[in-house]
Design a protein around this ligand. Structure first.
Ligand code: ADP
Length: 626
């Protein structure tokens, strides 16, 4: 991948640069030692080796000069380091200037310590090693040649008498520097030492540098792989955390674009005909491009291949013949593409495509990565599609129930009123036996009416009729008071005492009818399932952002094993069925639907034979958003 290799060379360069900066500092540090060393040797010759003939003054001077120029280099280095935008060429120049100064000092030192017979010549060796560490092989050879040249020139100048020869041991080497064969031999040996040293040191250093590059490369690959795994994990987490198809698709395109470090990504899904791919989600594409039209499989061999299960890299959109909209892609600034199939359990779902604005943006590793994302994404897409279908079926079922129950409502209403007319004796006097039968028929008809009402409510909620109704600010405390009032007489009949403790001015966003239905269901259950002489309590309190409503009774309670099914449609606990014949098992299902729809939460606590407590929480809303 272009950017990858870009990163690689960049970080290798950075490493080499850091090394150079460090080396320049290191050179300066060891030069203090060299300077002091020269001074020390001069002092040693001066004080201890009185035998030596050489004059030590130039040696002292050279030592001081080395320390002096080293101080200047240190100053320059510190200034360079302080500069935010470090120009590496300046460090390189500084290193080279240092070596140049050193070599002049070395040559002077050699001259003043015996020229061709000087033991200091060996010190050039260190400089060659240093050069090999800092510079290229070619530069190291150039340094070896310069060293030979400097040394040779000194020998030549002394030989020709242009430079006066300095003897270390008086009389003993007097003839050597004038001996052409000796001088030539020493220079040749010196040169070969320099070149061999340059070759060995620079080869080893080049090898080390290569290894270093490989290690950097490897660690970068590892880092990249880790990053991708992390993104893959995050993408999987993000897309699996929702069942809404649109959200799944949106998250998938977004995460993929980020993970592949590209500006855009899209998902196309197959339509019902299986011949077209429509854009189901896109990220980073212009409206014009995203809505340019469906892909027709017949006209798009590339898409066909992808749907067959292959990830395809398009390195250059301009030369790709399998695309349906190449011109639009170029106008959009897309030069390369990577497409991978989205495959479900029962066949192809569509394709996911990443877009690069550079040529050959994608590597085979990217293709593998996109395949992995696509596999993960396909599962999430399929789940979301199944969930959507289920919801659609549920809604269809609710609509059906709604229509049927609605149709049933009026005939049952008519039956009820006709029965009541007969019971009242308007059509003729009924015998006591007929009266009793009539009462039973009416009881059943009333139950039928309740069932129809509950079914209608449930279906209305499911078919999103409630959702479509606008929410208003509802005073929860007032609604509670109204419902409590409604049940005053039934409670008196059963000698139930009501304890009500409600905070005032508690407002939530809901519908009046919905809140009434919730409260009515819970309070009527409390009354219905509490035997004579029991207690019912209603408590409404707030805690900052939430309103808590608790409706508790001392009734028959709910068996523990029934609690998980309590909010399911038509569910009635066995003890309720045995003790209270009237009931549809729909009230709590409707209640839960409504509570959830108003952004609330419902929970139940119960002990069989002791009582039940329903806790409902709603978010407090004071103003509706406009
Ligand atoms: P039902 O028409 O049967 O009352 P609901 O949906 O309102 O239907 O309640 C479902 C079941 O929950 C009831 O049949 C009953 O078993 C149990 N239940 C609800 N409220 C209470 C309560 N306050 N005390 C005991 N059981 C209750």
């Amino acid at each position: 991948m272009e950017s990858t290799s870009g990163h690689k060379t960049e970080s290798v360069t950075l490493l080499v640069q850091a090394e150079l900066v460090n080396s320049v500092a290191w050179l300066i540090n060891i030069r203090w030692l060299a300077g002091v060393g020269v001074l020390g040797v001069a002092w040693f010759i001066d004080v201890v080796l009185l035998r030596l003939a050489i004059s030590v003054l130039p040696l002292y001077l050279i030592g001081i000069t080395i320390l002096a120029y080293n101080a200047v280099f240190r100053f320059v280095l510190q200034r360079l380091l302080r500069n935010e935008s470090r120009d590496i060429r300046q460090f390189d120049q500084l290193a080279k200037t240092q070596i140049a100064f050193d070599w002049v000092a070395m040559t002077a030192l050699i001259h003043f310590s015996g020229g061709i017979t000087s033991p200091i010549t060996f010190y050039f060796f260190f400089h060659i090693v240093i050069a090999a560490m800092l510079f290229t092989q070619r530069a190291t050879f150039a340094y070896a040649a310069t060293a030979t040249l400097l040394f040779g020139a000194t020998a030549w100048l002394e030989y020709t008498g242009v430079l006066p020869h300095v003897s270390i041991l008086p009389g003993q080497d007097a003839a050597l520097f004038r001996d052409p064969l000796y001088s030539l031999g020493v220079v040749v040996f010196f040169a070969s030492t320099m070149f061999v040293a340059a070759y060995l040191a620079s080869t080893i250093s080049a090898r080390l540098r290569k290894r270093e590059t490989q290690v950097i490369d490897l660690s970068q690959n590892l880092q990249r792989a880790y990053g991708r795994l992390q993104t893959l994990y995050e993408a999987a987490e993000a897309v699996n955390s929702t069942l809404e198809l649109d959200q799944v698709l949106d998250r998938l395109v977004q995460r993929t674009a980020h993970a592949l470090n590209v500006r855009a990504c899209s998902i196309r899904l197959l339509d019902e005909t299986g011949a077209r791919l429509y854009v189901a989600a896109s990220y980073g594409l212009s409206e014009t491009y995203a809505t340019k039209g469906d892909l027709l499989l017949e006209q798009n061999p590339l898409a066909k291949q992808v749907l067959a299960g292959k990830a395809i890299i398009t390195g250059d959109v301009r030369t790709e013949t399998g695309l349906q909209y190449p011109t639009q892609a170029i106008t959009e600034g897309i030069l390369s593409m990577l497409s991978a199939p989205l495959a479900g359990k029962r066949g192809a779902l569509g394709l996911i495509r990443a877009y690069g604005d550079g040529l050959n943006h994608f590597t085979p590793a990217d293709a593998e990565f996109l395949m992995a994302i696509a596999r993960e994404g396909s599962i999430a897409i399929e789940n979301a599609m199944a969930y959507r279908t289920l919801n659609q079926i549920d809604e269809m079922k609710s609509k059906f129930v709604l229509t049927v129950t609605h149709e049933l409502r009026s005939p049952v209403g008519v039956i009820q009123s006709l029965l009541r007319t007969m019971q009242a004796g308007y059509i003729g006097t009924l015998t006591p036996a007929q009266q009793e039968t009539m009462a039973r028929i009416l009881h059943r008809a009333d139950f039928l009416q309740t069932l129809i009402d509950d079914l209608l409510d449930l279906a209305a909620g499911k078919s999103q009729l409630v959702q479509r109704e606008g929410h208003v600010i509802v005073r929860l405390d007032e609604a509670v008071a109204r419902v409590a009032n409604r049940f005053e007489i039934p409670m008196q009949e059963k000698h139930i005492t009501l304890k009500s403790n409600c905070e005032k001015n508690v407002t939530i966003a809901a519908t009046e009818a919905g809140v009434d239905r919730i409260l009515n269901n819970l309070v009527s259950n409390a009354v219905k399932y509490t035997p004579d002489g029991g207690r019912v309590s209603i408590k409404l309190s707030t805690n900052g952002t939430g309103a808590n409503l608790e409706i508790a009774d001392t009734g028959i309670g709910i068996p523990e094993e029934s609690l998980p099914q309590l909010f399911q449609e038509f569910y009635r606990a066995p003890n309720a069925k045995a003790q209270v014949s009237q009931g549809t098992g729909l009230g709590l299902a409707i209640t839960k639907d409504l509570v959830t729809h108003f952004g609330g939460h419902i929970a139940v606590q119960s002990k069989i034979g002791q009582g039940t407590s329903f806790c409902v929480t709603f978010p407090i809303v004071v103003d509706l958003p406009i």
